[in-house]
Design a binder for this molecule. Structure first.
Ligand SMILES: NC(=O)c1ccc[n+]([C@@H]2O[C@H](COP(=O)([O-])OP(=O)(O)OC[C@H]3O[C@@H](n4cnc5c(N)ncnc54)[C@H](OP(=O)(O)O)[C@@H]3O)[C@@H](O)[C@H]2O)c1
Length: 279
């Protein structure tokens, strides 16, 4: 198996170019899918308190043939736990659910600007990192103004911003801003949830040129743009295909053609972090 490329953040923290998404991978089936993915070669697994699957993800890690220390599991602090006292307990609870000494990569799930407690949540992650219960800290769905504010008010920059990125919503400006600051962009719904996107003629054409599937062409597009993607796949066939796509190299014209599918309103369900809030 070819090694998955790695991308490096401002503090030298590194993530593999392709990780495993786990939204809706729950219970025994979820644990089996996670352990199969790790045995195939995944070393980054996404999860969240709100997916109610940290237990299944932790069980999958334990059931795999790979030492826990070689795997990075990301999890996310939910919106209803942003206040300092709640965040502290929530972070500890995630750690217990994952069955880990410390969470590897803990993110704020959504900024929820109308609640305006995301700086407090960020400080709670900084404090947990200082106590040693969290290894790396980052955010998700943060707009540039949210990134700027947490850094200005706490002096600490996140290693990751996990945001919606797929060819219908390429987020070129956010990716460039993150790259300038050494913040890794992690793309959620990187396959656009595998709907009409995978039938787009531009993507089908690139896939045919490389003798790969449309989903693999989309993952190769993410890799070429320096973005970590976390496609969710329950079957071993999809998991393997997605991991193999990490080593497919697209040329600049192919990347540009796929980026050209972008639309200003290309978000899958209108989840603009300025207004969309999740608790
Ligand atoms: N931070 C956030 O707010 C946020 C929001 C949404 C998602 N996420 C994270 O991002 C992850 C990925 O996003 P997502 O689950 O929304 O969507 P996605 O990864 O874009 O798409 C998942 C769908 O693609 C299918 N698929 C996977 N590999 C395929 C392949 N090679 N060929 C054809 N179909 C394939 C899967 O089917 P099978 O399962 O049948 O293989 C599933 O139906 C989530 O699981 C979650 O971990 C984070």
């Amino acid at each position: 198996m070819t090694a998955t490329p790695l991308f490096t953040a401002h503090n030298d923290f590194r993530l593999p170019a392709v990780g495993l998404g786990t939204y809706r991978l729950n219970g025994d089936a979820g644990a089996r899918a996670v352990s199969a993915g790790i045995d195939l070669g995944y070393r980054l697994v996404d999860s969240a308190f709100n997916y109610e699957n940290e237990g299944a993800v932790g069980a999958g890690v334990t059931a795999s043939g790979v030492d826990q220390s070689e795997i990075i599991v990301a999890t996310k602090l939910p919106g209803r736990h942003h206040a300092a006292d709640k965040a502290r307990v929530s972070i500890e609870e995630s750690r217990f659910r994952l069955g880990a000494d410390a969470t590897d990569l803990h993110l704020i799930h959504w900024p929820n600007p109308s609640v305006d407690l995301y700086v407090e949540a960020w400080q709670a992650l900084i404090d947990a990192q200082a106590r040693g219960t969290v290894r790396q800290i980052g955010v998700s769905n943060f707009l540039p103004e949210h990134l700027e504010r947490i850094e200005r008010e706490t002096g600490q920059r996140p290693v990751v911003n996990q945001i919606e990125v797929h060819p219908y919503f390429p987020q070129s400006e956010a990716i460039a801003l993150h790259a300038e600051r050494g913040i890794l962009t992690v793309a959620w719904s990187p396959l656009g949830r595998a709907k009409e996107l995978l039938r787009e003629p531009v993507i089908v054409e690139v896939a045919e040129a490389h003798q790969i599937s449309p989903a693999q062409a989309v993952i190769a597009w993410h890799v070429a743009r320096g973005t970590v993607s976390i496609p969710k796949a329950s079957s071993v066939e999809h998991q393997r295909a997605n991991l193999e796509a990490a080593s497919v190299v697209l040329d600049a014209a192919e990347v540009e053609a796929i980026t050209g599918l972008g639309k200003p309103d290309g978000r899958l369900f209108g989840a603009d972090p300025a207004t969309h809030e999740e608790m």
